[in-house]
Design a protein around this ligand. Sequence first.
Ligand code: PLP
Length: 289
Amino acid sequence: MPGPGMELIGEEEIQEVLGVLRGGYLFRYGSTVGPDADPRFRAKVCQCEQEIAHYAGVRYGVAVNSGTSALLTALAALGIGPGDEVIVPGFTYIASISSIVYARAIPVLAEIDRTFNLDPEDVKAKITRHTKAIMAVHMMGNPARLDELKKIADDRGVALIEDCAQAFGATYRGRVAGSIGKVGTYSFNVYKTITSGDGGMVVTDDEELYRRAFAFHDQGHSPLRTGVEIGERPFFGLDFRFTELQAAVLIAQFHKLPRLLERLRENKKRYKALLGDLPGVQFREITDE
Ligand SMILES: Cc1ncc(COP(=O)(O)O)c(C=O)c1O
């Protein structure tokens, strides 16, 4: 079933996309400063990275072409590779695990608890000297037990990754999901809170991680490059770039987020009130109502 953002596609998305098409720039790069500045270039990818990072309360965002690419980019930025173990819940979408496999690392499955997310006790039991990261996956809008998981990650010197593909717009004790771990990832496919058809984002407050994530998503280049930087690339990157057209849709969708969340919360209250007394029905534990 498509997510709520898709139901709200309307005039705002159309106007944003037309603006990009009229400008004629579909690629994420163009000149906004200096003698080459072209006012027709609207820098929509850059805008959505800045707006969403700001909303998450972190300094950096890298827009990519899917939530799976965002996970692979986050793992690469963390330097996770052959022989490294990443703890991930056994109950998740396949991309959480396949991204670890394609990073040439080892997914170590841990149990979930009544939150339907990672059980911190089992995470502790699964940590070894090869563990490099804990990937918390916030299933169906409910953030994992982030305080406990962050403490475990910090105590053991491993990174906490938040896979927020299913939880864009969720908060945990006053903070936006994705901003609590070392790095967070979002998905904007059609089943998610807001959508650009496909798409994703990596968010982080760590500058070095941002530079590496950016390089990985765009052939090794530095953030917001203006030319080709031969010989200055930190490592081999790939191409997971987002386009101006997708970013235009995403921005219109993102501006609808407060209204959309309000509606989702109202609907949830109604379902809970209707189902609450049914014998044999229990609700999962919500970490932050
Ligand atoms: C928990 C989780 N992680 C990652 C992904 C991957 O996102 P995408 O489909 O945008 O690649 C999804 C998508 O369904 C997901 O639910």
